[in-house]
Design a protein around this ligand. Structure first.
Ligand SMILES: [Zn+2]
Ligand SMILES: [Zn+2]
Length: 296
């Protein structure tokens, strides 16, 4: 059920006109110091940072879920409205709740490339669809050009930009004192990652992004992944090891001149299948992403 729901979220994220879905339950995890993780398992995980400066939300899932997210954050913020939103990147399952919060006074920020990409979306070779252009309250109004830092609610939040990774506009946030990282979709914890080659993503950039997160994390750091459960540095290192080995295996066959069909038939990712395969990024689809990245 979890995987089916998550696949539906990705289908929705890439084609936001899909039919309305049930509103999932929002799970709230208290990470201390006013920091919370909100998860529904059908869209990108959310962080909420509460305190006297106002509520900061990282990612907004989707429009039909936003009221439930708002209710969950109000339960831990004395009923405050969200004041600031950061989108980790452009995908629909992270930004389609923006307008709900913008209408209630939130300022939306994201990497400087995201606004233009939301207004003029690229077709996806993975799903065969093109997301609908967004406008108005969906669009970020503050463009963050690169590494940055915000001091809010007593937290030092280091915002890191990783170029050409999951997309070309990925930010991840390190709350230094709370020892919490929101990784955005640089981490699909325990599952093959989606690497959006149609929006500037690259396999090497994805690995570099995870390496940067692992480098900033300590053994006790709580890491909120874009998808999957609350994670640790060990989970990031496991993802790096898998993706590096998978990249090398597919690239070696591609360098020998084999076609994608032949590489998928040879199935060099077989050792990873049982642990990492899931409905949206199957072993075949992961192989295709790695092959396309290696041969372009
Ligand atoms: Zn996502
Ligand atoms: Zn994404």
């Amino acid at each position: 059920m979890f995987l089916r729901a998550l696949t539906a979220a990705f289908a929705l994220c890439l084609a936001p006109s899909a039919q309305a879905q049930d509103v999932p339950e929002v799970e709230t995890t208290d990470l201390g110091d006013g920091v919370y993780m909100l998860a529904t398992h059908v869209a990108g995980n959310v962080a909420v940072i509460t305190g006297e400066d106002g509520v900061w939300m990282i990612d907004t899932q989707m429009g039909h879920i936003a009221p439930a997210l708002d209710e969950a954050q109000k339960a831990v913020s004395d009923g405050a409205d969200v004041r600031l939103v950061l989108n980790t990147h452009l995908h629909g399952d992270h930004v389609l709740g923006n307008a709900y919060f913008a209408e209630r006074g939130a300022l939306i920020m994201a990497h400087a490339s995201v606004r233009e990409r939301l207004m003029n979306p690229s077709p996806s070779a993975v799903t065969g669809t093109t997301p609908e252009p967004l406008s108005g309250g969906f669009l970020p109004v503050i463009g963050i050009p690169g590494d940055s830092e915000i001091t809010l609610n007593g937290h030092t939040a280091r915002i890191h930009y990783t170029p050409d990774a999951h997309t070309d506009g990925d930010l991840w946030v390190h709350f230094v004192e709370a020892d919490v990282i929101h990784a955005g979709d640089l981490l699909f914890s325990g599952m093959y990652p989606f690497i959006d080659l149609d929006n500037g993503g690259t396999v090497d950039g994805m690995i570099a992004g995870m390496q940067a997160i692992a480098g900033a994390a300590g053994p006790d750091t709580r890491i909120i992944p874009g998808h999957g459960g609350l994670s640790t540095r060990e989970d990031v290192l496991a993802s790096i090891a898998m993706l590096t080995a998978a990249r090398d295996a597919v690239a070696a066959l591609a360098a020998e001149g084999h076609s994608l069909d032949a590489v998928q038939a040879a199935n060099p990712l077989a050792p990873f299948h049982d642990d990492w395969n899931w409905r949206f990024i199957t072993t075949d689809r992961m192989t295709a992403i790695l092959y396309r990245d290696a041969t372009r």
